[in-house]
Design a binder for this molecule. Structure first.
Ligand code: GAP
Length: 497
């Protein structure tokens, strides 16, 4: 028990360090921080935006460039309000919430119970854990809010702030943000900020199919903002109120959907490994409790410092969404299959990953404390971000050893040689050691040093971030050497093998 607590403390400390690192080195800032921030909302800084854009670009290319039968769209955030009636979000996109009357703090009732289940598991009280899990699932499936409260009372779950069990009843809380569209109050209508990007794909299914001349099976990919009024926005950018999703809906012939579901399960895990997430920190978690319209669903989970958590969902959603839009919009959503000579509403396999959540996984995965003793017997105390070269905000940093004797001029020439091929920076201020350290901290994989020998024989040193090893290469071979390490085409090709 004490050991568990110690582990948890170290993990919390590690997560706190990662959050501090993200701020200190320009990755993520609390939104409107000068006003003390806004809960569940964050801004990306100069390095964060590069990393996030690189991630989005890799995902986009992995979908559209690697698959001849996937095209992209960019739908609006606002959609006709009936969209959300049809999708079921108006009636049932909610979480069960409960308030503690003493502290006035609001919790998700299911999360409070899940935490208790987790405690039982950690204490090896597995019978208790599974029994409670079954009870929780039963209540959630039956929308039994009184049942949830009953569990909280029976388990004597108390508020972390007040320490009391003085709870309100459990109520459903719709997570959609709404606003008014239209300048004249009487004519204004309630519209929603989309809680997922997927519906923009469903309502455009026929537009895209007809104009792209794609035949089933084919997919539509989209990256965009989504908004959810999360009851408890926490764990930094893990659960946000404004976030970005990268979703792909793959439209297939009915009865083939489970085959495609298995394929996408494999492909998506491969992607996460290819961008550098450690295989042992990734796992599938199959959903036991399925939404009524799904016939299979799995999460890809990553082991964050606070435990294994979902980063991506892969869902076989049957023809639920398209059928509902057909019903509510009174427009046919059918597809004529020339091969089978049949008309049907396609089935859909969806892959849905949060860009911010995956960003957080990447950051946690990359954060490395390099301690121990180095080759010269000195104690190492180095932090670096082990980012994939295609994700790193800066790929190559160029430094002259000294700020004189013709070295800056030569270093600038090297910078000019590389800057249009790689994300490259030039820096002549500061000592070389400090410059290396700064680049380690933001995950730059390659640092180049121009010294006196460079002026004599046109060679320079490349320093590798993870090993700190330095090798000397002729400038004439520099681009080819770097291309071996930073190669988008190779990355994409390997995804398709
Ligand atoms: N269209 C299906 C869908 O939206 P979801 O499981 O609700 O499914 C998919 O969300 C992914 O979006 C999650 O796996 C997660 O990565 C991300 N996501 C969901 N809610 C989020 C939030 N509040 N903050 C950050 N990312 C979130």
């Amino acid at each position: 028990m004490a050991k568990e607590k110690n582990n948890q403390n170290t993990e919390n400390q590690l997560f706190a360090k990662i959050i501090a690192h993200a701020k200190e080195y320009g990755f993520v800032f609390p939104s409107s921080e000068i006003y003390d921030g806004l809960q569940g909302v964050y801004d990306y800084g100069q390095n964060g935006v590069e990393l996030k854009n690189n991630l989005k670009q890799l995902w986009w290319k992995a979908m559209t460039q690697c698959h001849e039968n996937i095209v992209g769209i960019d739908a609006a955030i606002f959609m006709h309000p009936t969209t959300w009636k049809a999708s079921g979000h108006v009636d049932s996109f909610s979480d069960p919430m409960i308030d503690n009357k003493d502290s006035k703090k609001r919790y998700r009732a299911d999360n409070l119970i899940e935490e208790r289940i987790e405690q039982y598991k950690q204490n090896q009280q597995l019978d208790k854990a599974y029994a409670l899990e079954a009870k929780l699932n039963q209540c959630l499936n039956n929308n039994d809010l009184d049942g949830l409260k009953q569990i909280i009372i029976e388990e004597n779950i108390v508020c972390a702030i007040s320490g009391t069990a003085n709870w309100t009843d459990v109520r459903q809380f719709n997570l959609m943000f709404s606003t008014e569209a239209g300048a004249v109050a009487e004519e204004a209508s309630t519209i929603y900020l989309r809680p997922e990007t997927a519906q923009g794909i469903f309502v455009n299914f026929l537009n895209v199919q007809k104009t792209s001349r794609q035949r089933i099976p084919f997919g539509i990919a989209q990256i965009g903002k989504a908004f959810r009024n999360e009851i408890v926005a926490r764990q930094f950018i893990f659960r946000m109120r404004e976030f970005e999703q990268m979703e792909m809906q793959f439209f297939v012939r009915p009865t083939t959907e489970l085959e495609w579901y298995e394929k996408w399960k494999t492909l998506r895990l491969k992607f996460h490994q290819a961008i550098g997430l450690k295989p042992e920190k990734l796992r599938y978690k199959v959903h036991e409790k399925l939404a009524h319209y799904a016939n299979a669903a799995v999460d890809i989970e990553y082991e964050f410092p606070f435990g294994f958590k979902e980063i991506e969902g892969i869902h076989s959603r049957t023809n639920f969404d398209l059928s509902r839009h057909q019903e509510f919009a009174k427009k046919k959503m059918e597809y004529y299959d020339e091969e089978t000579k049949e008309r049907y509403i396609p089935y859909v396999v969806e892959t849905s990953v949060g860009a911010d959540r995956l960003f957080l996984a990447i950051l946690c995965n990359a954060y490395t404390e390099d301690t121990g003793i180095d080759a010269e017997g000195k104690e190492k105390n180095r932090v670096y971000l082990d980012l994939h070269p295609l994700l790193a905000p800066i790929q190559v940093a160029v430094f002259p050893l000294l700020r004189k004797e013709g070295l800056p001029e030569k270093a600038r020439q090297v910078f000019e040689l590389l800057r249009y091929d790689f994300r490259t920076i030039y820096e002549e201020r500061g000592t070389i050691g400090k410059n290396y350290t700064r680049q380690d901290l933001i995950g730059t994989p390659f640092c180049l040093c121009i010294d006196h020998q460079t002026l004599q024989d046109d060679t320079l040193t490349i320093r590798y971030r993870n090993t700190t090893e330095q090798i000397r290469v002729p400038i004439a071979e520099l681009k080819a050497t770097l291309y071996k390490e930073i190669n988008l085409a190779q990355f994409l090709q390997q995804l398709n093998q």
